[in-house]
Design a protein around this ligand. Sequence first.
Ligand SMILES: [Zn+2]
Length: 363
Amino acid sequence: MAGPDDKGRPVSRRTVLGGGLAAALAWTTAACGGGKAGQSEAKSGVTTAQPRTTGTPSRSPAKPPVDPASVKANELGLVPVLMYHRITPTVTGEYDRSPEDFRAELQRIFAEGYRPVRTIDLVRGQLDVPAGTTPVVLSFDDGYPDQFRYTPDGKIDPTCGIGILFDVARQFPDCRPVASMNINKSPFGLSDSAKVKAGLTDLDKRGIEVANHTYGHDNLSKLDPESIQKDFVLLQRLVHDAVPGAAVRTMALPFGVWSKDRGLTHTGSYDGESYTNEGILLVGANPSPSPFSAKFDPLQIPRIRSTSYGNGKIPMTTTYWLDYLKANPGQRYISAGNPGKVTFPKALAATLAPALAGKANPY
Ligand SMILES: [Zn+2]
């Protein structure tokens, strides 16, 4: 299948966040154009299709808010978005993670108080994780079978990525085992349309996001505008055909490479069908700002590579950043467990996205 992503781009654009935090509200983003001629302001606007949450295991019933100081709440802190490719015992490159290391990494992040959310949850600021914990996005690119496959008797293979996630999460009762799968054509090596339908429906029912990594995993900088839009629409159509009503609302750039017209990565249409990517995932190489931070741009979300190559000690990969955030806990996003408000220490007030001032809950 397609090769790994390897070209993260620096963040250079500014985005103004608007909208609210409640589930019914969508973010309004501006300036997808990157300042180039012909790139108009792109707005995600009011969302018309919500990702389905049917079957998503809900957390425990709502509890009264805790004293934010007691958990050192900081909802303006950093959120790691981890990027996985192959989960394979044969590690030959930077994009390979061994099943043993993947399991150990999940054990570590859950034990250190991270709780999974999906890309769309980050983009919409719907970070429903328990007080005192940090959201983390587990994103998988390219739809490799070792990320998601079945045993001959029809169970999710406990040695694939999703199987390992489910197994480790069982040890942490408040941990919802969700992820975002950024797929291309022929996802997970499923051999025919019936198997694709069954597999993607299963993921959707479990609350796992199926997202757009383009149909052909093409280098978007080399495609004409129509081909770019076709690439997004064909993948979206594949998902809709498999899971009627499912929403495809976020994407990961193949190879981390932008199209010349960046607006087409956000929204476009082909053959009478339109698409809107509310969130765009980059490749490198640092934690994401909080979605409530003035620095957050949903159309340029940085990710952190997870690798077993070089014993996992390649700079700026997961081990590096998990160690960094452990050493600098004040920089982590820490939930107050109070959805609808943005809770943070007063000293950080200047870093709040100005449009969210009405939701501010400084302490
Ligand atoms: Zn890829």
